[in-house]
Design a protein around this ligand. Structure first.
Ligand code: GLY
Length: 345
């Protein structure tokens, strides 16, 4: 039995797959010129399958719910490798500013279909859950089982856990789909985020650019909310994800844009929307704006599948890379090891 595996891509998904294989006995190498510098670095860190539910996306929803169930154990395993708490908050509160925004909450509730997981909240209860929220809230909802994690601590912890499990790292770029065949191993798994578009064109990944803003709490400011706050403000979505020392505000969304430059107009609107629902954030310190590329497939569902010969894919996680990392690690490891059993029997 094998087991040498090359994982192409050292983001959160790639490292989760690498570690899942290493702890099951494979000799794993991760190839990435700068592990964790892509979407894993930019991410807000929402582990939020209910809040992301939408009619027509049932497969993604089921996968997300399965992965959320794995998340507590995943975080517990990685916490000893982290330099701070990986889970930064529990629960999501949605705030809607006008009637159209309120109708969207009803659409999400219908897509979830379980009032225990996505339930209406009276505006007065929302105001208690989110101290400092603006008074003009038309409707609210709660997703109590969702989590938020610190994406950057998570990536560092994953890297340390991989090293402890014997994973080795090669700081190299892979030049294109043909170059995959030159990589060593019984299996090669493409987990390369937006770069999967060129490395595995058959998967059909396209980049969906997003910008997020990081803000730090000043000494005299209200503390960050204790829950993730998602809002719909005049038809636009904004989220505010708590961190130990501030918040992450996200996110813009542009189709098929490869340029990682920051567009100031849409970022200004994003902040304006965040200030509409949480006015106290105006007093926070600006830290940074970062742009990343969500590796998105046509159906918004990741592809975890054999491609050709010994090449596999575990990519195309779109808006949900952090949420879907644990289930992807399990499924990708099963897929590669199962293939191996078939080849040897
Ligand atoms: N995960 C949320 C986003 O992609 O903006």
């Amino acid at each position: 039995m094998t087991r040498t595996v090359t994982v192409v891509g050292g983001g959160t998904v790639g490292l989760t797959v690498a570690r899942a294989l290493a702890v099951r006995g494979s000799a794993v190498t991760v190839v990435d010129p700068q592990p964790g510098s892509g979407a894993s670095w930019v991410a807000g860190g929402m582990i939020a399958p209910y809040s992301e539910a939408w009619p027509g996306e049932e497969e993604l929803f089921r996968l997300g719910v399965e992965s959320l169930r794995l998340w507590e154990g995943f975080a517990r395993d990685l916490q000893p490798f982290a330099d701070g708490p990986l889970i930064t908050s529990r629960g999501t509160v949605h705030l809607a500013v006008d009637d159209g925004d309120a109708a969207e909450l009803e659409t999400i509730a219908a897509a979830v279909g379980d009032p225990a997981q996505f339930c209406p909240l009276r505006p007065s209860a929302a105001a208690r859950a989110v101290p400092g929220a603006a008074p003009r809230i038309r409707a609210a909802a709660s997703a109590p089982a969702e989590l938020a994690v610190d994406n950057r601590l998570l990536h560092r912890a994953l890297r340390a856990a991989c090293t402890t499990a014997g994973v080795t790292f090669r700081a190299e770029a892979v030049a294109g789909a043909d170059a995959l065949h030159d990589l060593p191993g019984d299996a090669v798994i493409v987990c390369a985020g937006a770069d999967s578009a060129t490395l595995a064109p058959e998967v059909g990944v396209r980049p969906v650019k997003g910008e997020v803003v990081r803000l730090r709490r000043g000494a005299t400011c209200l503390p960050p909310p204790e829950v993730t706050v998602r809002a719909r403000v005049r038809g636009r979505q904004v989220y505010v994800v708590p961190r130990a020392d501030g918040v992450v505000v996200g996110a813009t969304q542009y189709e098929n844009d490869h340029d990682l430059g920051v567009r100031i107009g849409p970022v200004a609107e994003l902040l304006d929307d965040a200030f509409t629902v949480l006015p106290f954030l105006r007093e926070y310190e600006f830290v940074e704006v970062t742009a990343g590329l969500r590796p998105t497939t046509a159906g918004n569902v990741p592809v975890i599948a054999p491609l050709r010969g010994r090449v596999f894919a575990a990519t195309g996680h779109g808006r949900n890379g952090l949420l879907l990392a644990p289930v992807t690690g399990l499924r990708a490891a099963d897929m590669v090891l199962q293939q191996e059993v078939q080849a040897w029997s």
